[in-house]
Design a protein around this ligand. Sequence first.
Ligand code: HEM
Length: 202
Amino acid sequence: MWLGGLTPATWLAWRFVTGRLGANPIEEILHRLGGTALIFLLATLSVTPIRSLTGWNSIIQVRRTLGLFSFFYLTMHFLVYAILDQTLDWEFIIEDLTERRYIIVGFTGWVLLIPLAVTSTKKWIRKLGKRWQRLHRLVYISTALGVAHFYWQVKADTYWPLVATAVLVALMLFRFQIWINRRPLDPGSKQLKQSVNSPKDL
Ligand code: HEM
């Protein structure tokens, strides 16, 4: 997981130091970090469907790491935007954060993930109990905002934003079906109460 999670960052850093990021390295870094974060977010949301479809229960152990990697890449994405792209010019940043639709939704998506990253530890899972599960549903809203942000920032070719939308819709439909069938699969649910308390599953 760590190898897979850090490979995109290492690859980007390597291209940066060897000057292989093209004519606009900052834009390239920003785009690669945003794309990687979105892939990790969608991968995080895929864990429960994969587990339900295949019965591969131990896959749940990678969910938290996937989620934390998506937060790591998003935070880097935001920092590259604020520090390298906008050179910490707060007047411009605040103007973007209040006036540009795709920045507003992207920023909201990132902010919503902060409490999830903070409460991702076993201590917080035990402390919040059922409320942890409810709080962590914010990841759906955050991913939807990320996809909208992706769609709105492209200038012409909407192919990849539409692919991301289709993946998210499919994952949400799957969740909806689980809800309809009343087959709770998350930590905090009765079915998995035992595994919540087992450090192996967190
Ligand atoms: C859930 C949160 C977010 C996700 C999933 C996300 C994802 C993405 C993706 C996928 C791209 C396009 C990458 C590509 O074309 O290959 C992108 C571009 C971009 N994102 Fe984000 N992002 C998020 C939050 C943010 C935040 C918080 C900011 C800054 C406040 C931001 C600023 C930008 C900028 C400036 C671009 C490039 C736009 C352009 O080229 O004009 N994003 N983001």
